[in-house]
Structures are given as structure tokens and as C-alpha cells.
Ligand binder design. Structure first.
Ligand code: RB5
Length: 150
């Protein structure tokens, strides 16, 4: 199950996002928004992020004008590693090396075809489970828990 959410600035990529999820046969839960009416991106970023952090959803895709605001908001939820992404290389590496569990994209930055390629790449790439990458991801979680990683 994939969580999706956006604000009014990201809604123009929602259709492309759903197309990719359908293409890959992935089920999704839509946490809004549903219109171009101005709204606050942290509300929607947090809704999707909480669904991922709780385990209700395996991954999350969030959209705003740039991907930046909603991505920063999602990263404030414990357990979330959200990549704010504009290219397929970063999308792939964020899964392989960082085990990113959310991706944030901007509809004022990306066209729908690049958005779809990024999402195909991100959704079909697994974490490497390499020892050094597992250690580093654990260190990220340790920082979140207030531990010293020096
Ligand atoms: C909304 O105008 C815009 O600020 C928002 O979609 C996003 O780009 C914030 O980072």
C-alpha cells in the first residue's frame, strides 16, 4: 500500500502518480488534497508520513510546488526518510543506499513524464541491504533518537 498526498501546488502531478501506481499494480491510499484551492502542505505531508511511519503504508509519494516544503514536513515525522527528488539517479540511490521510504516531487519543477520515470525508478528499486548502508541508515535513525553518532 502506497500513501499519496499533495497540496494545491502539487496536485497537477497526482494523475501521473496514479498512472504509475496503476501501471505497477500498486494499491494506494489518497490523503488529499483534491483541488487547486490553497491549502497548507504540512497537513498533507504529515498525513502521508504518519501512515508510512505507522506501517499502514509501505511507502509514500508526496507532491507540492517544489517538493521541498512537503518533503521537509514529512521528514519531521519519526521514522521517515523522505527524498526530495528531481532526477532518476537520486531516486535510485535513495532506495539503494538510504532506504528512503518517501519521495517528494514538485509539479512546478517536473514535467509529468519525468515525474513518471522518477517514480518508476524509485518504486522498483530495493534497498541494497549492504552492511555499510544498513549501518549508515541506522545512524540516521540514531540521530533522530537523540543519540551521538560520532
Ligand atoms: C504553495 O504555493 C507552495 O509554497 C508549496 O506547494 C510548496 O512548493 C512548498 O514548498
Amino acid at each position: 500500500m502506497i500513501a499519496i498526498a499533495c497540496d494545491h501546488g502539487g496536485i497537477d502531478l497526482k494523475e501521473a502518480t496514479i498512472e504509475v501506481l496503476n501501471e505497477l499494480g500498486l494499491e494506494y491510499m489518497d490523503f488529499g488534497t483534491d483541488s487547486h484551492a490553497s491549502c497548507d502542505y504540512p497537513v498533507f505531508g504529515a498525513r502521508a508520513a504518519k501512515a508510512v511511519a505507522s506501517g499502514e503504508c509501505e511507502k509514500g509519494i508526496i507532491l507540492c510546488g517544489t517538493g521541498v516544503g512537503i518533503g521537509i514536513a514529512a521528514n519531521k515525522v519519526k521514522g521517515i526518510r523522505c527524498v526530495i527528488c528531481t532526477d532518476t539517479f537520486s531516486a535510485r540511490m535513495s532506495r539503494l543506499h538510504n532506504n528512503a521510504n518517501m519521495i517528494a516531487l514538485g509539479s512546478r519543477v517536473l514535467g509529468s513524464e519525468l515525474c513518471k520515470e522518477i517514480l518508476r525508478t524509485w518504486l522498483t528499486t530495493d534497498f541494497s541491504y549492504d552492511e555499510r548502508h544498513m549501518r549508515r541508515v541506522q545512524m540516521i535513525m540514531d540521530i533522530e533518537a537523540g543519540k551521538d553518532v560520532e
